[in-house]
Design a protein around this ligand. Structure first.
Ligand SMILES: Nc1ncnc2c1ncn2[C@@H]1O[C@H](COP(=O)(O)OP(=O)(O)O)[C@@H](O)[C@H]1O
Ligand SMILES: *[C@@H]1O[C@H](CO)[C@@H](O)[C@H](O)[C@H]1NC(C)=O
Ligand SMILES: *[C@@H]1O[C@H](CO)[C@@H](O)[C@H](O)[C@H]1NC(C)=O
Ligand SMILES: *[C@@H]1O[C@H](CO)[C@@H](O)[C@H](O)[C@H]1NC(C)=O
Ligand SMILES: *[C@@H]1O[C@H](CO)[C@@H](O)[C@H](O)[C@H]1NC(C)=O
Ligand SMILES: *[C@@H]1O[C@H](CO)[C@@H](O)[C@H](O)[C@H]1NC(C)=O
Ligand SMILES: *[C@@H]1O[C@H](CO)[C@@H](O)[C@H](O)[C@H]1NC(C)=O
Ligand SMILES: *[C@@H]1O[C@H](CO)[C@@H](O)[C@H](O)[C@H]1NC(C)=O
Ligand SMILES: *[C@@H]1O[C@H](CO)[C@@H](O)[C@H](O)[C@H]1NC(C)=O
Ligand SMILES: *[C@@H]1O[C@H](CO)[C@@H](O)[C@H](O)[C@H]1NC(C)=O
Ligand SMILES: *[C@@H]1O[C@H](CO)[C@@H](O)[C@H](O)[C@H]1NC(C)=O
Length: 819
């Protein structure tokens, strides 16, 4: 006891001494003034005061959080106020913090941190001009009508980030006077063009990100003067004309994003000199001509994205990977001809769709029969114009040798307004108004839809593009390298394929530690940082869902913009294969079917009631119900965005789901609710009872819908009229009648008449508990049967092995493909 008291006393003493020291320090350097200034700033900015900011102590003496000090004169040199809940304009009190060299007031959009919402024209920053070198203000909705002019005078800035701020107006040309700038991020605002040639004067620049604006101009050749540039991002900002050959002078350029524009013409020869280039993204342009071997051979090139262009001619193979550093090459949706190129095993390629390989047709542009080019959404340039592909809308062919298109000549000639023009304008206005109404309605529909699907947006686009590997792996899942997965599947060998779905192919992989997993590999690339962000959000979401009736996510790979998910391996495949093949169905006796119905319902109930907002599966069907060694059912393919690359540019009007299982309410009104899953579940339940597919053709070739087929029969003829003949009469009539009636209710047309998954469970679970398993006929040559019968004793009390218990050793790998 007395020992404790002594320790307490000495602690008190220590505290006294240390606070005395602080006070002395403060007196000697009037530090509490700086502290007071800082407190005043944060208070005036409506944010909470950090707990370590004790009034009366000095920020540099008492180690305040978020503050960095110069230890020589104890002045504040850096202040990081990102995500601390700042609201409103920069307070005037900040003018006293004149020693600041770095200020971060950015807002990283993330539900789990405090959001900043800085507004206004930032004019209070003016007094910081002498020392301020770094200003980070990204992701604040500044609500200004033009670029904040105060920044033009902060001429000591080295780093400036005002990306994602929704700033309208012309490109802030005056920024080009800030000669010390090395990092300039202006992406995703609402700037209009043109991109000024004066950018070429900013020779100190190392990073220039001006993507996601609406310039409607060419890219100025003067950018070729920025010899220190390592990162240039001009994606998705309405740029046209040629790819400037002058960029070939950028010897230090490592990452070049020019994708999603309307660039025309060839890949310039001069780019051979881009020896540092690591990522080259030219996707979704109108680039024309051939891809010469030097492109694939660029010394430092790792990732090449040239999909969705007008490229033609043969492509060299890269068999010996020591010749190249390339790890990913995406060439789909072009007009390549000749031999299908072969790329070595460490290169991810996506060339299996939409080119003209195996064709020697020279005049390929007039050949509308190239293999599967129709798979390329929004890719429709088939007609030639003077030997060049047609120009994008609103542009004309300016150079027919190189096939370069420019903006259409502006119609300055019509000064007087003839009647025709006035009529034309009237019609245009009417059409415009109608179009706006349609867009408004579509947007409303879209909003409603996405409200249900909204998930966390954790990642800043530029960050993820900037630093692809710097993403923290969520707990409980493993991050695999592409190489690991390639090794586990013998280079994604066809012999390893265990399934393919609308999203991609599924492979079984064996890992060095003995695990067997299923690997699901998307054959789309993440077109934009956004869809990569989506993928990461999905991984995060999936990693948080754990239930014994959900197929467990073991890991993922997002190297090279690939989207690969790794799941536990479900040895007995999918329910579809069992239910609709003669051999399989034999082993699905009435009890097993009831048990599967309950297990699926448990999985779905978890999805609906665990997460807020609920996770809606959207594609419940037998091929997404997988069976493990014990023939226990787990739901797979949940939580995956069902959007394909085309949605990046278009408002979604397409449905997710599979014919026969789609909720008619979702179909008609795009209302996505948990009740849509209940509908699909009802169809599956009816398939279990009847052994019939959701949709099948009758002798006349008409499509029959299972719900419509079964409902009247059930009413008139009872359960015998619809039950699966393969059960050979071995089933409890009362339970099966209940199941059939429940299925019909689940599949009610109006969603309000459908029960919730909880109610479904409250009906089915007691039936299962009151039943005894059926022993199947033993047979030695059947793996399924062996696996099943080995677990039969005590089947009712099978342990919940994947529900918090030890992780199963078996995992599966899935590759996603576009729908
Ligand atoms: N974890 C897994 N274990 C074993 N097989 C799987 C696994 N995941 C998927 N499969 C097989 O691959 C098929 C296609 O899977 P998936 O791509 O999820 O289907 P879809 O995209 O059509 O919904 C499944 O029906 C199943 O046979
Ligand atoms: C200041 O605080 C940080 C964390 O808040 C801590 O890591 C560091 O050691 C502290 N420094 C001193 C001198 O107390
Ligand atoms: C400010 O802090 C945030 C969150 O800790 C961090 O992500 C960011 O990089 C910091 N900013 C600077 C300029 O260091
Ligand atoms: C700056 O500090 C002085 C005292 O040193 C104070 O009088 C003044 O109000 C402060 N300015 C602002 C804008 O807070
Ligand atoms: C663009 O900026 C806005 C506002 O900060 C943000 O909501 C949106 O997600 C950004 N878009 C992209 C593609 O990053
Ligand atoms: C900046 O560039 C423009 C056009 O590229 C040029 O005319 C001008 O002289 C340059 N200005 C300075 C100050 O270097
Ligand atoms: C380019 O970078 C080098 C090395 O960092 C530097 O010495 C040089 O001054 C830079 N060039 C310009 C124009 O800033
Ligand atoms: C391009 O930008 C527009 C808005 O500026 C945005 O709506 C669209 O999603 C972006 N497209 C891609 C592929 O990033
Ligand atoms: C090649 O690319 C890597 C990855 O970005 C980079 O670290 C390296 O410096 C580059 N090499 C050259 C010579 O630029
Ligand atoms: C691959 O290229 C390297 C160097 O060019 C050469 O030494 C090696 O023999 C080649 N391997 C094969 C299998 O062609
Ligand atoms: C097209 O561009 C090339 C290269 O710049 C030039 O040599 C040629 O004269 C141009 N042709 C026409 C018709 O403008």
């Amino acid at each position: 006891m007395s020992g404790v008291a002594t320790v307490g006393k000495s602690l008190q003493l220590l505290f006294l001494i240390s606070s005395t020291i602080i006070i002395i320090n403060c007196l000697s350097s009037s530090c509490s003034q700086e502290g007071d200034d800082l407190l005043e700033v944060v208070r005036a900015w409506n944010a909470d005061i950090p707990t370590s900011w004790v009034p009366g102590t000095g920020p540099c003496q008492a180690n305040w959080s978020l503050v960095t000090c110069d230890l020589n004169d104890l002045s504040i040199v850096a202040l990081n106020l990102s995500n601390i809940g700042l609201q409103g304009p920069v307070p005037a009190a900040i003018s006293n913090l004149t020693s600041l060299q770095s200020l971060d007031i950015s807002n990283i959009p993330d539900k789990e941190v405090q959001l900043n919402a800085v507004t206004g024209d930032l004019s209070a920053l003016a007094p910081l001009q002498p020392n301020l070198q770094e200003l980070y203000a990204g992701f604040n909705y500044l609500q200004v009508d033009k670029y904040p002019e105060v920044i033009y005078n902060l001429d000591n800035l080295v780093v400036l980030k005002t990306d994602n701020c929704l700033i309208p107006g012309p490109f802030p040309v005056a920024l080009t006077k800030l000669k010390k700038l090395q990092v300039l991020w202006l992406g995703n605002n609402s700037f209009t063009g043109p991109v000024p040639s004066e950018l070429g004067n900013m020779t100190s620049l190392r990073e220039l990100a001006i993507w996601g604006n609406d310039y409607k101009s060419a890219l100025p050749p003067e950018l070729g003067n920025l010899g220190n540039l390592t990162y240039l991002d001009c994606q998705n900002c309405s740029l046209w004309g040629s790819l400037p050959s002058e960029l070939g002078k950028l010897k230090n350029l490592q990452r070049l994003y020019l994708n999603t524009n309307t660039f025309t013409g060839p890949i310039p020869q001069e780019w051979q000199d881009l020896t540092s280039l690591y990522i080259l993204d030219l996707q979704a342009n109108y680039v024309f001509g051939t891809v010469e071997p030097w492109v694939l051979g660029l010394a430092n090139l790792s990732q090449l994205f040239i999909s969705y262009n007008q490229l033609q001619g043969p492509l060299p193979s890269i068999i010996n990977n020591t010749n190249t550093r390339a790890t990913a090459i995406w060439i789909n949706c072009n007009y390549f001809t000749g031999e299908v190129p072969v790329f070595g095993p460490t290169i991810v390629d996506y060339l299996d769709s939409a080119n003209c390989f195996d064709t020697t047709n020279e005049n390929i542009l007039s050949d509308t029969y190239c293999a599967r080019r129709l798979n390329c959404q929004g890719f429709q340039q088939d007609v030639t114009q003077n030997g060049c592909p047609p120009c994008p809308d609103g542009q004309y062919l300016a150079n027919s040798t190189l096939c370069i298109c420019y903006e259409a000549a502006s119609s300055s000639s019509s000064k007087k307004f003839p009647v025709g023009v006035i009529v034309g304008i009237c019609i245009a206005v009417v059409v415009l108004v109608l179009a706006l109404i349609v867009i408004f309605l579509l947007l409303r529909m879209w909003r409603k839809r996405t409200q249900h699907e909204s998930r966390h947006d954790y990642f800043e686009d530029e960050l993820s593009a900037h630093d692809i590997l710097k993403w923290e792996t969520p707990k409980g899942v493993q991050r695999y390298s592409f190489q690991d997965l390639a090794n586990a599947t013998d280079g994604f060998n066809n012999a390893r394929e265990i399934g393919s779905g609308a999203f991609g192919k599924v492979f079984v992989g064996t890992f060095p530690d003995g695990k067997t997993l299923a690997i699901k590999r998307s054959s789309t690339v993440a077109f934009s940082a956004r869809s990569q962000k989506e993928f990461r959000n999905e991984v995060l979401l999936l990693s948080r869902l754990h239930h014994k009736n959900l197929v467990r996510l073991e890991g993922f790979c997002d190297e090279n913009r690939l989207q690969i998910l790794v799941y536990e391996y479900m040895k007995n495949g999918n329910l579809h294969g069992h239910l609709f093949t003669r051999k399989g169905a034999r082993y699905l006796d009435w009890y097993k079917r009831l048990e599967i119905a309950v297990q699926v319902a448990r999985g779905l109930d978890y999805l609906h009631s665990f997460a807020d907002p609920p996770v809606i599966h959207r594609d419940v069907k037998p091929s997404n119900i997988l069976l493990d060694d014990n023939l226990d059912a787990k739901v797979s393919d949940f939580g995956i965005s069902r959007e394909t690359p085309e949605f990046i540019t278009h408002v979604s009007t397409r449905l997710a789901g599979t014919a026969g299982y789609i909720d008619p309410q979702y179909f008609l009104r795009r209302q996505l609710t948990p009740a849509s899953d209940v509908y699909s579940y009802g169809v599956v339940l009816l398939e279990l009872v009847t052994g019939q597919k959701a949709i099948r053709k009758n002798e006349q070739g008409d499509e029959l819908n299972l719900i419509q087929w079964a409902t009247p029969r059930l009413e008139e003829g009872g359960i015998e009229a619809i039950v699966d003949a393969q059960l050979e009469g071995n089933y409890p009539k009362d339970i099966y009648l209940d199941m059939a009636q429940l299925a019909v209710r689940c599949a009610a047309f109006e969603k309000d008449f459908r029960p919730s998954m909880k109610m479904v469970l409250s009906i089915l679970e007691p039936q299962l508990e009151a039943s005894q398993p059926v022993r199947p006929i033993p047979s030695n040559d059947d793996v399924i049967l062996q696996a099943w019968s080995s677990t039969l004793p005590g089947a009712e009390t099978t342990p919940n092995h994947s529900d918090g218990g030890p992780v199963s050793n078996e995992i599966s790998i899935t590759v996603l493909e576009p729908r």
